[in-house]
Design a binder for this molecule. Sequence first.
Ligand SMILES: *Cc1c(COP(=O)(O)O)cnc(C)c1O
Length: 432
Amino acid sequence: MVTSTFKTTKSEEIFAAAQKLMPGGVSSPVRAFKSVGGQPIVFDRVQGAYVWDVDDNQYIDYVGTWGPAICGHSHPEVIAALKETLDKGTSFGAPCYHENVLAEMVIDAVPSIEMVRFVNSGTEACMAVLRLMRAFTGRDKVIKFQGCYHGHGDMFLVQAGSGVATLGLPDSPGVPKSVTSNTLAAPYNDLEAVKALFADNPDQIAGVILEPVVGNAGFIPPDAGFLEGLREITKDNGALLVFDEVMTGFRISYGGAQEKFGVTPDLTTLGKVIGGGLPVGAYGGRRDIMEMVAPSGPMYQAGTLSGNPLAMTAGIKTLELLNKPGSYEYLDKITKMLVDGLLDIAKETGHEVCGGQISAMFGLFFTPGPVHSYEDAKKCDTNKFSRWHRGMLERGVYLAPSQFEAGFTSLAHTEEDIKRTLDAAREVMASL
Ligand SMILES: *Cc1c(COP(=O)(O)O)cnc(C)c1O
């Protein structure tokens, strides 16, 4: 049932004021409800699997601050560690011991990473890794995939998720064509297209970057053999393979997609989970490549707040909690329960829906599917998705406000939470 107390008066008031102060009223576009209509909910506080808005509505949250909250929001151990670190200061601009601890954890966990550099966001990590790919190979061109998002760096704003899909042209004004002319885009899960790009640009391609499981065009897993094929093609062409694991790192398994699928890239980007809710990104990989990064080597990249003790602490505590036995089995179990339940309900209520999950990452498309690429994802009934989103919101379930975003669960979600979500889903699906 729609919560009888559901009201959004305060959210509306605050958001109306915000729109005069900040473009679109937000600090990041995905937070606005542009693609589902209506106004965004303004949050007041978060705890465990739940969020509360300024009107005091409570929601079961499947966004998890877009990924970081994998142990649940405001985990008491993370907060306690942060308070302790906070007393010593927030940023040093000098080396701190916490960096070693997190670096060691990342190197131990992620197969491809022998050395790591910390930055402040996934965007920064991806921009730096591209510079490194070019510095190491002495080549300028790079292959990305349609629908994959690698942050808002100029050279990645080509077919970057739900943006304008015009071939070879930038997705955003302000990005010069000269910058994106070195960015080649192929359809996801299409090895033949990648081979053709290599054939057309001999000895010019620095490497291939991809989301090893797509989360920024909805949830799209790699077809069998796709990642292995990319490993082979890049190797044969003297190019680098880069997994952007900003979303999948420490989420679909402790060692990320590369551990899950047994394919080791040359370089990896991380973000989201490794910051445990504070701003952290990272890139790392083979030692011989990473030694090109300044001050060890000539490729320049720096950051005033990078590796600060506060952000490192949130990451360390989060990874410690995740590394306990049974974490990923639990995440897989409850997420499967959720997605199987949603697919069953869709079937019972006569909606053509497809979807899937790996560990704590999932997605649901309002199309019969199967979805192997962004082209497939675009066939979704986005109007139906909007009504679904609104119905769930009014029943206390907070889903990402776009058909083209993955969903996230956490260690704090209980079977009871999933059951309540499915009860709400049954009502909403029946009414669509
Ligand atoms: C979120 C995301 C980014 C960008 O990270 P920010 O911290 O938002 O800059 C890059 N790549 C992928 C795969 C992401 O999901």
